[in-house]
Design a protein around this ligand. Structure first.
Ligand code: NAI
Ligand code: COI
Ligand code: MG
Length: 354
C-alpha cells in the first residue's frame, strides 16, 4: 500500500497529522503501508516555485493512493493564476484522471443536534454526491479576462462537457446507486445552460443500461433548496464539477459541520486521492482547533475504494462513531455539555477508540 501524503496549506498539516497517526496504527497492526510526503499548493510554491512540482508529480504517480489535507491561503491570492495553490490541486486531479469525486453526506446520530436542520428532518441521513471532477467550467477553454468589442474588460469561463466525460461519470453514479437504494437524481441547469441540457440527455441515455435504477432530474437551484427542506428524498446525486462543489458544501452542514465530510476522487481503476471536502481554513489555521474527522474518514474511504478493505474502513468509521458517542467534540461540532477537544485531542480520542 503505497500512500503519498500531501499535507498542503493552512489547517492541512494539522488534520493530516491526525490521519497519519491512524495509518501508523494500521501499519503497527501489520498492514504493508509505505508512506512518503511531498508538498502541494502554497507549500510547494514556497519550496519549488510551482504548486504541483515534479517531485510531487513523481511521488503521486507511483503511489496507489494519495492523502491530501487542503490547499490555499490569502497570501497566494495575488500570484499569477498558474502559480496559485488551487491550480496545483486542479492539475493533480487532471494528471491522475480523478474524474469521479464521491462525497458522502452521512449524519452520525450523535451529531443530530449539531445539524442545521431539525433532528427529525436529518435522522438517518445518508446521501452520496457523485461530482464530476475533471471537466466543466473549472477546466473549460477559453477562459480569462480580455478587452471586449466595446473596449471594456470582461471576464469569462467556459462550461464544457464531452459526451464520453458525461457517460463515464454517469456509469459510476448508476453503479453506486445499484449498490445502494437504486435511486439516482441527476442535477443540472438544463432550462438555461446548453451544456447541462446535453448532460441531462446523456445521463438519460446511459439509464438504458441500468434499468433497475430509478433516474430523476432536478434543476440545481431547486436541488439546493430541497437539500435543506427534505434532504432524505435524495439517495445518490450525480452532477457536474461546479454544482457538485457547491451542493456538497451545503450538504455538509446537514451532518453537523464541513469538518465531517470526507471525499474520494477516483480514476477508472480506483486509484484515488482522498481529502476532506473543506478547504485550508486560514481563519483557524495554526491554532490546533480544526476538526480532523473528515480527513480521518477520507482515510476510511481510501481503505474501502482503493484497497478494497471494507473491514478497515469500518474499523476507522466505528472508532469515529465511538468517539462521538463519548461526547468528544472539536469546536465546530461542540454542543454545551460535550467534551471540547483540540484537533490533536480528537486524534488522541480516535487513537484510543481504534
Ligand atoms: N480541496 C481544497 O484544498 C480546497 C481549498 N480551498 C481553499 O481554501 C481556502 C479557504 O477557503 P474557504 O472558502 O474559507 O473554505 P474553507 O472550507 O477552508 O473554510 C470555510 C469555513 O469552514 C471552516 N472549516 C473548514 N474546515 C474545517 C475543519 N476541518 N474544522 C473546523 N472548521 C472548518 C473554516 O474555519 C471556515 O470558517 C481558499 O484558499 C480556498 O481556495 C477551498 C476549498 C477546497
Ligand atoms: C480547486 C478547489 C479549491 C475546488 C474545491 O472547492 C473543492 O474541490 O471542494
Ligand atoms: Mg469546494
Amino acid at each position: 500500500m503505497k500512500i503519498a501524503i500531501l499535507p498542503g496549506d493552512g489547517i492541512g498539516p494539522e488534520i493530516v497529522a491526525q490521519a497519519v497517526r491512524v495509518l501508523e496504527r494500521l501499519r503497527a497492526d501489520g498492514l504493508p503501508i509505505e508512506t512518503d510526503t511531498a508538498p502541494l499548493g502554497g507549500a510547494a510554491y514556497d519550496q519549488y516555485g510551482d504548486p504541483y512540482p515534479e517531485a510531487t508529480q513523481k511521488l503521486v504517480r507511483a503511489a496507489d493512493a494519495v492523502l491530501l489535507g487542503a490547499v490555499g491561503g490569502p497570501q497566494y491570492d495575488t500570484l499569477p493564476r498558474d502559480m496559485r495553490p488551487e491550480r496545483g490541486l486542479l492539475r493533480i486531479r487532471k494528471d491522475l484522471n480523478l474524474f469521479a469525486n464521491l462525497r458522502p453526506a452521512v449524519l452520525y446520530p450523535e451529531l443530530a443536534g449539531a445539524s442545521t436542520l431539525k433532528p427529525e428532518v436529518v435522522a438517518g441521513l445518508d446521501i452520496m454526491i457523485v461530482r464530476e471532477l475533471t471537466g466543466d467550467i473549472y477546466f473549460g477553454q477559453p477562459r480569462g479576462v480580455h478587452i471586449n468589442a466595446a473596449g471594456e474588460r470582461e471576464g469569462f469561463n467556459t462550461m464544457r462537457y464531452s459526451e464520453s466525460e458525461i457517460r463515464r461519470i454517469a456509469r459510476v453514479a448508476f453503479g453506486i446507486a445499484q449498490k445502494r437504494n437504486r435511486r439516482l437524481c441527476s442535477v443540472d441547469k438544463a432550462n438555461v445552460l446548453e451544456c447541462t441540457e446535453f448532460w441531462k440527455e446523456i445521463v438519460s441515455d446511459e439509464a438504458r443500461h441500468f434499468p433497475d435504477v430509478e433516474l430523476s432530474h432536478m434543476y440545481v437551484d431547486n436541488a439546493a433548496m430541497q437539500l435543506v427542506r427534505n434532504p432524505k428524498q435524495f439517495d445518490v446525486i450525480v452532477t457536474g464539477n461546479i454544482f457538485g462543489d457547491i451542493l456538497s458544501d451545503e450538504a455538509s452542514m446537514l451532518t453537523g459541520s464541513i469538518g465531517m465530510l470526507p471525499s474520494a476522487s477516483l480514476d477508472e481503476r480506483n486509484k484515488g486521492l482522498y481529502e476532506p471536502c473543506h478547504g485550508s481554513a486560514p481563519d483557524i489555521a495554526g491554532r490546533n482547533v480544526a476538526n480532523p474527522l473528515a480527513t480521518i474518514l477520507s482515510l476510511a474511504m481510501m481503505m474501502r475504494y482503493t484497497f478494497g478493505r471494507e473491514d478497515l474502513a469500518r474499523r476507522i468509521e466505528s472508532a469515529v462513531q465511538a468517539v462521538l458517542a463519548r461526547g468528544v467534540r472539536t469546536a465546530d461540532i461542540y454542543e454545551p455539555g460535550s467534551d471540547k477537544v483540540s484537533c490533536s485531542g480528537m486524534g488522541d480520542a480516535v487513537m484510543a477508540a481504534l
